[in-house]
Design a protein around this ligand. Structure first.
Ligand code: FES
Ligand code: ZN
Ligand code: ZN
Length: 304
């Protein structure tokens, strides 16, 4: 099968649009969409520092690559990668090595924060996580350190590698839980809140498969190991459900995301101001979720 735009062999079929594209045309199609999202989601002014949450996985590495191609040559805009070491033996160290190698190659500074600063690590949290998935603890603590570091370095924005699959799953998950406030807090954040570095997601319109293909075709290094605790995650149920819907009706993920975008301005938390927890993190209540979580985790880790 030939590319729709040139005589080269097609590398992929974009199923929801029925386009056949060769490797070169696929890469430029991908970059065009990611860059359009960056322009749409953030307004970078001279002196801005853009932080990127990097895990070493394909999505965050592709996000870093694209942001570097947009801002890397600008002297007036800084770029910095932030990695979180959750303390997962055999999983996080090799992925951090991949991230470090790539940051060095493209000349982007990289900062690492670690769960050990909070007195915990995932390998000790997982056995005491009870009925909850270890990932739910991990997500909260990771977001805390990520936001803290982005704030500490004075970042104006924080990019994450969330792709279209992640977004569609998160939207359905919060709908199903009836958690409209959490739904409203999903990025990208259009207004700055005190203490919270606004997050944006260059890949939010790009399906995960395309992110993987782009990483391979562009020779972006990435670590494709799977977190040992991931199989327990509730998200997996939503992943399966969304994948099945997408298989039956291509374009479902876009549909979920665009419906969310349409109702977003009507969601409730728009008006509620964030307060400041004693740890410095923004919170809706008087104490942030990570502090509450840490209290109970430390107790359980220490044992009776
Ligand atoms: Fe956090 Fe897997 S990466 S639990
Ligand atoms: Zn082509
Ligand atoms: Zn706190």
């Amino acid at each position: 099968m030939k590319c729709d735009l040139c005589p080269r062999e097609a590398a992929t079929l974009i199923r929801y649009s029925s386009a056949h594209l060769c490797a070169e045309h696929f890469k430029s199609y991908f970059e065009k969409r990611a860059k359009r999202e960056i322009r749409r989601q953030i307004d970078v002014s001279p002196g801005s520092l853009v932080a990127v949450a990097v895990s070493g996985g394909k999505d965050s590495m592709v996000t870093l690559r694209i942001l570097h191609s947009v801002f890397g040559m600008r002297r007036d805009v800084g770029l910095c990668a932030i990695c979180i070491d959750e303390g997962i033996d055999g999983y996080r160290p090799p992925s951090l090595d991949v991230a470090r190698g790539y940051c060095e190659e493209i000349g982007v500074p990289m900062r690492v924060r670690s769960f050990s600063e909070l007195g915990v690590d995932m390998d000790r949290i997982a056995p005491v996580s009870g009925d909850s998935s270890p990932c739910s603890y991990c997500g909260v603590l990771r977001r805390r350190l990520m936001n803290d570091e982005a704030r500490r370095i004075g970042a104006s924005f924080l990019a994450t590698g969330h792709n279209l699959d992640d977004m569609a799953q998160s939207i359905l998950m919060n709908f199903a839980r009836g958690d409209a406030e959490r739904l409203a807090r999903l990025g990208p954040h259009s207004r700055a809140q005190p203490g919270l570095v606004p997050r944006f997601h260059p890949l939010r319109m790009i399906p995960e498969k395309e992110s993987l293909l782009y990483a391979i075709l562009s020779e972006t290094p990435f670590w494709d190991g799977e977190c040992p605790y991931y199989r327990d995650a509730l998200r997996n149920q939503y992943r399966r459900a969304v994948d099945e819907l997408e298989d039956g009706s291509p374009g479902t993920r876009f549909g979920i995301l665009s419906s969310f975008d349409a109702i977003r301005p009507l969601l409730p938390s728009g008006g509620r101001e964030l307060r400041m927890c004693a740890c410095g993190e923004p919170t809706l209540g008087s104490r942030c979720k990570s502090c509450e979580m840490l209290d109970s985790l430390r107790e359980r880790i220490r044992g009776p």
